[in-house]
Design a protein around this ligand. Structure first.
Ligand code: 13P
Length: 248
């Protein structure tokens, strides 16, 4: 773990209707007694304003899962960072590997979305991670550091943001890297952040994501430069997600 408060973020992906608000309420109630942890849930954008009402006054934050670089315009189906903020979001996940793979999002596009998030006062969580083929061919560090360098605009130095290391092959598979492998990548990301931003590169938390569960969270969160977790499947049920928060 790093020295500042751990940051635990739930990514609901394409899951959740109004029925899920009860889980968000339970998470908000459960995190009230966790002073050394920052916690956010990123439900589908359609739930943000209702979730904001449900958790009013709690220390749980809300986030989006993507945003468009522009504030508004002829971009059917898209949502801007300002719209997410207006709906109650404080954070936004950007450059998730599912978006990089399914929608061809490049580092350049992700960097423009990060700029948009900062413009709107949101804290971006920038996702990076190698594929299994890249890991097997010894390219994991090169790929991940390249994504970090390419996806971060220079103005990020003056804002709050987080990086999430999510190896593509660990997402939704039940597979996780060893703690040594996680630490190796997190240390490489920290070193890249210091190269880009100087001393400001020491600040952003580096989260781990990919099959984080209640039974492996404590071990993963012990890792050097592991500043928190980005949790998919296990964030859908308040009981599981709160167990992960409790592992900090
Ligand atoms: P899982 O926790 O379901 O593996 O998903 C991780 C993830 O993609 C979070 O963004």
């Amino acid at each position: 773990m790093s020295s500042s408060a751990a940051f635990i973020v739930g990514n609901w992906k394409l899951n959740g209707t109004g029925q899920g608000l009860g889980q968000i309420r339970s998470i908000a109630e459960g995190v009230q007694d966790a002073p050394s942890v920052r916690v956010a849930i990123c439900p589908p954008a359609t739930l943000l304003s209702r979730a904001a009402q449900v958790i009013q006054g709690s220390k749980l934050s809300l986030g989006g899962q993507d945003c468009h670089p522009e504030i508004n315009g002829a971009f059917t189906g898209d949502i801007s960072a300002e719209m997410l903020a207006d709906a109650g979001a404080q954070v936004v996940i950007l450059g998730h590997s599912e978006r990089r793979a399914a929608y061809g999002e490049t580092n350049t596009l992700v960097a423009s979305k990060v700029s948009a998030a900062l413009r709107a006062g949101l804290e971006p969580i920038i996702c990076v991670g190698e594929s299994l083929t890249q890991r097997r061919s010894g390219e994991a560090l090169r790929v991940v550091v390249g994504q970090v360098v390419g996806s971060l605009p220079s103005e990020a130095a003056h804002h709050r943001f987080a990086v999430a290391y999510e190896p593509v092959w660990a997402i939704g598979t039940g597979l996780t890297p060893t703690l040594n492998e996680i630490e190796e990548v997190h240390l490489a990301i920290r070193s890249a952040l210091k190269d880009i931003f100087g001393p400001a590169g020491l600040r952003p938390p580096i989260l781990y994501g990919g099959s984080v569960k209640p039974d492996n969270a404590a071990e993963i969160l012990k890792g050097q430069e592991v500043g928190g977790a980005l949790v998919g499947g296990a964030s859908l049920k308040a009981e599981d997600f709160l167990a992960i928060v409790g592992a900090v």
